[in-house]
Design a protein around this ligand. Structure first.
Ligand SMILES: [Fe+2]
Length: 180
């Protein structure tokens, strides 16, 4: 069990994979391969949504309950919501090319800030409360959940009508935690 990855290991790895995909999309944009950029964006968004849903299902509830990180996971869920709405906006917004590229760059910033908050704030706090066995168990649950997730092929992940305006910016910082 101890050689198995912890939830921190698997989430860090997922963050790096998503970062690489963002890099691939940006490279395609910079070389004006827009069809390739869109195809890569679809891959990226499917991976991102699957990871966020797996976090909703098996990670955040454990962090909230067992590590008493209710406020922090609520903030993380708000950030996921902002990311999902930006993905919707990019997928179904019918954006002209320059606005599409700009929206992808904004999404990249939201996702990078969220990953930083998880790695620099949420993980250290969770590690204070959760045992090594619990961290391995949550890691395994996350991996299994990711494998079960069916890729979303539709245009919108929330099945709402085409958004009328871009999603509002979402704050991506955790509230400072005061000692009890
Ligand atoms: Fe997350």
């Amino acid at each position: 069990m101890s050689s198995a990855p912890t939830i921190f290991d698997v989430l860090r790895e997922t963050h790096r994979e998503v970062e690489e995909l963002f890099g691939d999309v940006q490279s395609a944009i910079h070389t004006e391969q827009y069809e390739l950029a869109e195809a890569l964006f679809q891959l990226l968004s499917v991976k991102l949504i699957a990871a966020m849903r797996a976090e909703h299902a098996v990670v955040y509830p454990r962090f909230a309950r067992d590590a008493k990180l209710g406020a922090e996971t609520e903030q993380a869920l708000l950030e996921h919501d902002g990311i999902e709405r930006m993905i919707d906006w990019i997928r179904v917004g019918g954006l002209p090319q320059d606005e599409w590229c700009e929206a992808v760059a904004k999404l990249g910033t939201l996702v990078a800030d969220h990953a930083d908050c998880e790695e620099c704030t949420l993980f250290p706090l969770a590690s204070l409360e959760l045992s090594s066995d619990q961290l391995h168990e949550i890691g395994l649950d996350f991996v299994q959940r990711m494998m079960q997730t069916t890729p979303v092929a539709g245009a919108s992940i929330t099945y709402e009508p085409t958004p009328a305006e871009p999603p509002p910016p979402v704050s991506v910082t955790f509230k400072p935690r005061h000692a009890a």
